[in-house]
Design a protein around this ligand. Structure first.
Ligand SMILES: CSCCC(=O)/C(O)=C/O
Ligand SMILES: [Fe+2]
Length: 179
């Protein structure tokens, strides 16, 4: 089961550690959606690519593009600078859709109260991060993740680092989140 939790507000050290509050404060999937509009689906982790749910989501939502990204020292060109870029707080003008195929990592998303929620993703986790939400990504201490990236139409991966409050996608996102 995917786990997510509020991060400690005064953590320091290695970004790849879980950084729980003390005591830990977990966030269930319904609450995660209410606080962020982030969606999560679990697909068959032993054969995710042929999963029925995945294929119906792709069809319903028009995810016409897909490729794979592997984040490891050996496979990711410009590994250090890419990881640094992924961990800068940013948003996108389109959804960020990731299906984890192997390995694990953390997506951090800002909730409606501007608190960080850390989401631990593992094989079979399909995460849909809405456009306009501030977020970031880090590997965990296993230093390896392979994920499928999905997109509607021609992909745009450009991150817009915070502050990006003037952007239409940010205003739209804030208009959609109600709690
Ligand atoms: C596991 S996918 C790598 C992270 C990424 O693609 C991204 O855009 C983070 O915001
Ligand atoms: Fe991103």
């Amino acid at each position: 089961m995917v786990q997510s939790w509020f991060m400690s507000e005064n953590w320091s050290g290695d970004q790849r550690e879980p950084h729980h509050k003390q005591p830990p404060e977990y966030v269930d999937l319904d609450t995660l959606y209410k606080l962020t509009l982030v969606e999560h689906f679990k697909v068959n982790e032993s054969d995710p690519v042929n999963d029925k749910l995945l294929n119906s989501i792709k069809k319903d939502r028009g995810y016409s593009y897909e490729d794979e990204i592997t984040c490891s020292k050996e496979c990711l060109p410009n590994y250090e600078s890419k990881l640094k870029m992924f961990f800068e707080e940013h948003l996108h003008t389109d959804e960020e859709i990731r299906l984890v195929l192997e390995g694990s990592g953390y997506f951090d998303v800002r909730d409606v109260n501007d608190k960080w929620i850390r989401i631990k993703v593992e094989p079979g986790d399909l995460l849909i991060i809405p456009k306009g939400i501030y977020h970031r990504f880090t590997l965990d201490t296993n230093n390896f993740i392979k994920a499928k990236r999905l997109f509607v139409g021609e992909p745009v991966w450009t991150p817009h680092n915070r502050p990006a409050d003037h952007m239409d996608c940010r205003k739209e996102y804030l208009g959609q989140i109600t709690c």
